[in-house]
Design a protein around this ligand. Structure first.
Ligand code: NAP
Length: 247
């Protein structure tokens, strides 16, 4: 076992699902490294909230869509400095619109952050976890990547790509005692979904068998399970947390 602090790195944890995951991983006893891209104050607030509750956390600016920054971050802040027990690829963006009107920039931006960002972080984490001979990687995909969604061609494609990434990385890394799984949230109440028109939100609610939107804690609990010792024989899987909306 390493003397370095057992650390969970959660990307995009200044708010929403990432914030909930960061707080839960701190409750599970991990030091938390959380990242943001545009809201330093919110990220610092999450880190200081964890510290105030007796945990340990640091916030870092990291644009996961910039592979050179990702490589530098892992090199400067992670490698040989912490025991990278868990990586959660949570950072994500949407640029919704119907396909015929979708601009190339909207396709590129969404693929770049959601899919290439997860690839870049997974690649760097894998190098470190391989040397450690242990690690858990958890990718936050989406129900949109499983069932498709009109108006989200870019996002659904990126999230479906994350499922392929999860399964392939699981096969490459299993011999090093590293598991790679995905969590696929349904409709979870965050800034991302608050931006949807009210009638769209109502229509979703009507289709959810459990008759409620998901909470950030529903996703954090699934991530904590996959990061725990109890999930040691689970790899390459997609855990859907969607109230039964797609099963
Ligand atoms: P959110 O509230 O919009 O928060 C997005 C987070 O990602 C923020 O912390 C943001 O940082 C960060 N981020 C954005 N671009 C980034 C970049 N280039 N590099 C690093 N971080 C970046 O989103 P959310 O609803 O919590 O969603 C979190 C994840 O769950 C996403 O991957 C999303 O696709 C997935 N998901 C969400 C739902 C849902 O219903 N909400 C459903 C399925 C899947 P700043 O605050 O600094 O901008």
């Amino acid at each position: 076992m390493s003397d370095l602090p057992r650390t969970a790195l959660v990307t995009g944890a200044s708010r929403g699902i990432g914030k909930g995951i960061a707080e839960e991983m701190a409750r599970q006893g991990c030091q938390v490294y959380l990242t943001y891209v545009s809201r330093p104050e919110e990220a610092e607030k999450v880190a200081s909230g964890i510290t105030a509750s007796g945990g340990s956390a640091r916030a870092f600016r990291l644009d996961v869509g910039d592979p050179a920054s990702v490589t530098a971050f892992f090199q400067d802040e992670v490698r040989d400095k912490v025991d990278l027990a868990v990586l959660v690829n949570n950072a994500g963006v949407t640029r919704d619109g119907l396909m015929v009107r979708m601009k190339d920039e909207d396709w590129d931006a969404v693929l770049n952050v959601n899919l290439r960002g997860a690839f870049a972080c997974t690649r760097e984490a894998a190098k470190i976890m391989t040397r450690q001979r242990h690690g858990r990687i958890i990718n936050i995909t989406s129900i949109s990547g499983q069932m498709g969604n009109a108006g989200q061609l870019n996002y659904s494609s990126a999230k479906a790509g994350m499922i392929g990434l999860t399964k392939s990385a699981a096969k490459e890394l299993a011999s090093r005692n590293i598991t790679v799984n995905a969590v696929a949230p349904g409709f979870i109440q965050t800034d991302m979904t608050a931006a949807l028109p009210e009638d769209v939100q109502k229509a979703y609610l009507g289709q959810i068998p459990l008759k409620r939107f998901g909470a950030v804690d529903d996703i954090a609990a699934a991530v904590a399970f996959l990061a725990s010792d109890r999930a040691g024989y689970i790899t390459g899987q997609v855990l859907a947390v969607n109230g039964g909306l797609y099963c």
